[in-house]
Design a protein around this ligand. Sequence first.
Ligand code: GRF
Length: 206
Amino acid sequence: SRLVVLVSGSGTNLQALLDNLADAEAPGAEAPPYEIVAVGADRRGIAGLERAERAGVPTFVERVQDHNTRDDWDRSLAEAVAAYEPDLVVSAGFMKIVGKHFLARFGGRFVNTHPALLPSFPGAHGVRDALAYGVKATGCTVHFVDDGVDTGPIIAQGVVEVRDADTEETLHERIKDVERRLLVDVVGRLARDGYRIEGRKVYVGE
Ligand code: GRF
């Protein structure tokens, strides 16, 4: 499967997907079920783009401020991604809400990873909100993107305990350890085994 990955920050989830491909080049390893054909971002100068460049993966940047309207940005992002003819688009810390043009093109094959157990704590501060709420367990969710914010059909989740001494940073790092493994597993299975979405349910393989 051809993958386009979208990032906005450090790109450690992207790095996990890249490392998984590098591991698959070892002698006797199973052929990787996906290739990362491009990495896109909504801003310049982020580690996520450097990670792609180091891996020799083409990159592109689509900034909202470079367009007259949000709708134009949405259309332009969809066209930039479509140019790589992806089978699957993965948002790995991409911090923008896509619009109707993007969803018209990639809805049903656009996956996001979120650092909380949806439907709890959606939005841009899921880790901070969970910590502030005082939950004893949180985690991460990989889901298909729909026209809401972190509301699409859930594919997989991982649970992470919250510790008394946790800060947003320490908790987010512990979540990301689980999240990176979950994302590599899910993307590999979607790419290798195929999937179907029925309402809010996702069936992988079969
Ligand atoms: C991830 O935890 C993702 O779920 C959240 O932002 C973080 C991105 O981390 N939206 P990275 O850029 O992949 O290191």
